[in-house]
Ligand binder design. Structure first.
Ligand code: 13P
Length: 252
């Protein structure tokens, strides 16, 4: 049985005091358990504080991006070594907003996914199609390309530990959720692609999240699907109550 993993991606929101208040409320409830993980993907300036704050809780702290190099002349970038040193456990790689606005490609995503494992960080690798691709029936091919390119060079054990987030771009921040069966179809396809490049046993271990307008009102239906093992949540992860409800949904 795969664990459920609920990750809140705050994107570029909150100031430190708001971040601390949120985490305070979540750790009071400590909603995660042995079957469901709760991860907060916070902006870089909050990571050190939030890692300290969650030290004795079940909540894990993730970064939303990183560079693939360990160090060097990359002004403004943050390395996997720095994240590991802080106690960050996960890192979001290749979110569609980074692919669109910051020129990330399957190649940089792949370098970052490999770098995450080199530094014992768990990557949450994002894939997803545009509305145009969906309407021209290119979704499955596009997803296959993104998944197989992103996972290149990993051992089977590393693939098994990768979290893949399927986020159709047209469903992000739009209030439009993919129907649970459409979302599941693509998540199942992702598992099949992983099976092709590794094995059935490995593919069955990979946690695959859905993301795109997930909220407490639709999370149960999404999580009830055979191949959806969690959610990567933007807007509905900004309020502690809503985030707690999403994590609680993972226990059902
Ligand atoms: P929304 O939940 O706001 O649609 O954002 C999804 C997302 O991009 C999470 O990474």
């Amino acid at each position: 049985m795969r664990n459920k993993v609920i990750a809140g991606n705050w994107k570029m929101n909150k100031v430190l005091a708001e971040a601390e208040e949120f985490v305070q409320e979540v750790i009071k409830k400590d909603p995660a358990d042995q079957n469901v993980e709760a991860i907060v993907c916070a902006p870089f300036p909050f990571l050190a504080t939030l890692v300290q704050q969650t030290r004795n809780s079940t909540v894990k702290i993730a970064a939303q991006n990183m560079h693939f190099a360990e160090n060097g002349a990359y002004t403004g970038e943050v390395s996997p070594v720095m994240l590991k040193d802080l106690g960050v456990t996960h890192v979001v790689i290749g979110h569609s907003e980074r692919r669109e606005h910051f020129a990330e490609t399957d190649e940089t995503v792949n370098k970052k996914v490999n770098a995450a494992f080199e530094h014992a960080l768990t990557p949450i690798m994002c894939v997803g199609e545009t509305l145009e691709q969906r309407e021209s029936n290119e979704t499955m091919n596009h997803i296959e390309e993104q998944v197989s390119a992103g996972l290149k060079g990993l051992t089977e054990d590393q693939v098994a530990k990768t979290i893949v987030a399927y986020e159709p771009i047209w469903a992000i921040g739009t209030g439009k959720t993919a129907s649970s069966s459409d979302a599941n179809e693509v998540c199942k396809h992702i598992r099949n692609v992983i099976e092709k490049v590794t094995s059935e046993e490995t593919a069955n271990q990979v946690v695959i999240q859905y993301g795109g307008s997930v909220k407490p009102a639709n999370v149960d239906e999404l999580l009830a699907q055979s191949d959806i093992d969690g959610a990567l949540v933007g807007g509905a992860s900004l309020e502690a109550d809503s985030f707690i409800q999403l994590v609680e949904a993972g226990k059902k």
